[in-house]
Each structure stands twice: as C-alpha cells, then as structure tokens.
Design a protein around this ligand. Structure first.
Ligand SMILES: Cc1cc2nc3c(=O)[nH]c(=O)nc-3n(C[C@H](O)[C@H](O)[C@H](O)COP(=O)(O)OP(=O)(O)OC[C@H]3O[C@@H](n4cnc5c(N)ncnc54)[C@H](O)[C@@H]3O)c2cc1C
Length: 391
C-alpha cells in the first residue's frame, strides 16, 4: 500500500482528521481537488463556543463573538435569548480551513492540490483521481471520505444522501448595527429551514437562508426580506450558495476500508444545518478506530465507528430531527401563537440560562420537568409525547 491513510478532501473535517492521525505517526496523504481551500465560501461561520473543547480555534480566525439571538415568528413576535458571556463565534471560514490544512501538513501529512478523486474501491483501498498528468491511482489501508456534501467517496460505496440548499449574501450597511446578537426569522414556508442575519462587524453581516427549495427560490426569499429592511440601505457585496446534507440515522458511513466523515457522512444538526462541531466530534471517534485498525495486522473492521457515533450522538440528533419535523408541521399562525406563549411563560429566561446552540435535548428535558412544554404546545400535543421516548 502507498499510504496508511488517504483522506479525500482538505475541508475543515478532512484536515482535522489528517492532522490527528498523522500525529500518531501514520503515513497520511490528503487529496484535494481545489487549488485554494475553502473557496468559494459555503458557510455562515457560526460556531458554538463548545468548539474549543474539540478543536483548535486560533484567535485570528474569530471575527466576532455573539452573546444571544433574536428569534422572530412570521408576524415578528420576538423571542430574545442571551447569555452574559459569548455563546458563539463568527469565524472566517476560509482562514480557518487554511489554518487546519497547514496544521495537518505540520503534523506530517502530505497534501496534493488539484487532485480530483473520481472513484474509490473500498475493498482494495484504491483511490482513482484525475490531475494534470491524467488519471492515476494510489492505495491506502484506510480511505477517509471527507469530500463534502457532494461526496464522490460516499457515492462510491452506494451511500445515499438527501440535501437542503442554502443561499447567503455578504451585506454592507451604512448605519452601524449591534454585533452582539444574531437574528433568526422563522416561517412555515421555509421550515425546517429559516433565514439568518449574522453580524460580522458594525457595518457587515452575513444574511442567509436554508430550506427545501432551489437556489432561485431561496434567493427570492433573501431579496424579499432585504426589501423590507431597505431603511438600512443594504448593499450586497458577495453571494454564496451551497448544499446542506440532511442527517439520517440510516446513512451508511463506512464500508470495508472506507470511512465517511463530516458532510460526506451527513453529519449535520437537524435543527440548524450546522456541521462543524458534530463532525469534529465524529472525527475524534474515527481517529481512535482508525488507529486501532492500523496498529493490528488483521483485516480492517470499521464497524465500531458507526456504533460509537450512534452511542454518543444519535439521541441528540433524533431529538433535533423531531424538533425540526414539528417545526415544519406548524402553520404561521401556530408559530405566532407559540411565540406569544413562550413569552408569557418566560421561556426566554430558561433558554437563556441553559440553551445550547449544539445540543437541545437537555433544554427539552428541563422544559418537560417544569411542565412548560405541555402549556405552550397544546396544538402539537402528540408530537410532544413522542419526545418522551428520547429524553
Ligand atoms: C450556506 C451555508 C452555511 C453554513 N453555516 C454553518 C455554520 O454557521 N456553522 C456550521 O457549523 N456549519 C455551517 N454550515 C455547514 C458547514 O459548512 C459544513 O458542515 C462543513 O463545511 C463540512 O465540512 P467538510 O470538511 O465535511 O466538507 P467541506 O467543507 O465541503 O470540504 C470538503 C472538501 O473536499 C474537497 N473535495 C470535494 N470533492 C472532492 C473530490 N472529488 N476530490 C478531492 N477533493 C474533493 C472540496 O474541495 C473541499 O475542500 C453551512 C453550510 C452552508 C452551505
């Protein structure tokens, strides 16, 4: 075999995995189809502060720190949740991807740019790719598919995936804005997706949307909200588009010598579509399993990766999936009424105290304990009872 591990994709997840497995002394190669990692931007760059527990986040990639969120119902009823300390970072994803790929190289991994992987043979551990020299092959004992939402590696092992789409503008505003809070806009049409304003600095924000629609429809959604906000004189500086894989408990994430990570494995949060914190956690599990397999001479068996992923994350992900299904089933007037009730019951305070951008099952458990959930959601009563199985 040419390498112990070949990682397909030098995105944040592939580079993080490559760095951590190279640090163990294994011979690692990353194949990346682009020449410039991270471009074009396909991320809102909002990361819960828990990111620091699982991966490096150098200061130079943090653009802003966010303390809270204004969440708006279709008729603009507002829920305001906030903390005394930063709850999330707004990052420069292009710089972050670049930083992580350099970390992988510093740890001893090789990286080849402009190498477009076309197919993977999971039994024999062979990667077929195209570069300036034509079509070539390399082999490895284990191959990691970290090649994002359109993963070729995932297709090579016949692992299916569903996606939502996202559109985002970088906006410049004349008047200074508050940089402490993100704004989220919910409605039945977009649900389980939504629109967001994420402040970068006093005069710039990322304004985006995701949902089960094509890019044109999503762009219209953005333009409509911008028209309503025209008093801010928004100027669109850049436009970005991308896919968000939908988490499925049935997604195949390994086969023979191949293991999928990150968007390639549909490792995204059902409620927000965010992927990085979950994928970095899964990458940590994967490093342990891959290390164990490489150390022994026996056949490669990656089954434990799936078992540990299930054990540590499926409860949370299934709760989130249920939340997003219930959200999608609510009409605009349900949502408006829900927000009124949430305010009446002072749920803002409970969410402010214990809410977490990356994990919602704990919050739901507390809402159950206080009985608040039964008071605020009479019109989705059956849905609420279904949660009990998970909590
Ligand atoms: C608009 C938008 C906003 C988002 N906002 C957030 C957010 O705020 N917070 C959050 O946590 N997540 C967010 N996400 C999700 C997040 O961007 C992804 O979960 C994350 O990028 C996944 O990282 P990855 O390394 O798995 O894949 P990617 O970042 O997609 O990287 C994959 C890499 O593989 C390379 N590659 C692909 N195919 C091949 C091939 N055939 N051969 C070789 N190389 C290949 C690509 O060039 C790329 O470098 C957002 C997504 C979108 C679309």
């Amino acid at each position: 075999m040419d390498y112990d591990v070949i990682v397909v994709g030098a995105g944040p997840v592939g580079s993080t995995f490559a760095r951590n497995i190279a640090k163990k002394g294994f011979k690692v190669l990353i194949l990346e189809k682009k020449i410039q990692i991270g471009q074009p931007l396909q991320c809102a760059g909002l990361l819960g502060t828990s990111i620091r527990k699982i991966n490096d986040l150098p200061k130079h990639v943090i653009i802003n720190e966010v303390f809270g969120a204004n969440i708006y119902s279709p008729s603009s009823n507002r829920l305001y949740v906030n903390k005394n300390e930063p709850h999330a970072y707004v990052i420069d994803r292009i710089k972050y991807d670049d930083y992580l790929s350099k970390e992988a190289i510093n740890a001893g991994a090789d990286i080849l740019f402009k190498h477009n992987v076309m197919n993977v043979d999971s039994k024999r551990g062979i990667v077929t790719f195209k570069n300036s020299g034509g079509i070539n092959q390399l082999s490895a004992r284990i191959i990691i598919g970290a090649d994002g939402p359109n993963s070729i590696v995932s297709k090579s092992i016949n692992s299916s995936a569903e996606h939502m789409k996202a559109a985002q503008y970088l906006i410049k505003l004349n008047d200074a804005i508050n940089t402490d809070n993100v704004n989220l806009y919910l409605n039945n049409y977009l649900a389980p997706g939504f629109k967001w304003f994420i402040p970068i600095d006093n005069h710039h924000m990322r304004f985006g949307v995701f949902g089960n629609y094509d890019y044109k429809t999503l762009t219209n959604q953005l333009n409509n909200l911008l028209k309503i906000k025209k008093e801010y004189n928004p100027v669109i500086l850049e436009k970005y588009y991308g896919k968000i894989p939908i988490f499925s408990p049935n997604k195949k994430i390994y086969e023979n010598r191949v293991l999928l990570l990150g968007d390639a494995a549909s490792q995204t949060k059902p409620t927000t579509g965010g992927g990085l914190v979950l994928a970095f956690n899964c990458s940590k599990i994967a490093v342990g399993i891959v290390e164990r397999n490489l150390e022994q001479k026996n056949n490669i068996n990656l089954k434990d990766y799936q078992s540990l992923y299930k054990k540590f994350f499926f409860n949370e992900l299934k709760v989130q999936k249920k939340i997003s299904n219930i959200f999608a089933s609510l009409t605009d007037s349900d949502l408006d009424n829900l927000f009124i009730k949430l305010n009446e019951k002072n749920v803002e305070k409970i969410i402010s105290d214990i809410g977490d951008i990356d994990s919602q099952s704990f919050l739901l458990k507390e809402l159950f304990k206080t009985g608040v959930l039964f008071d605020i959601l009479p019109n989705i009563g059956r849905g609420v009872f279904q949660f009990k199985n998970f909590l």
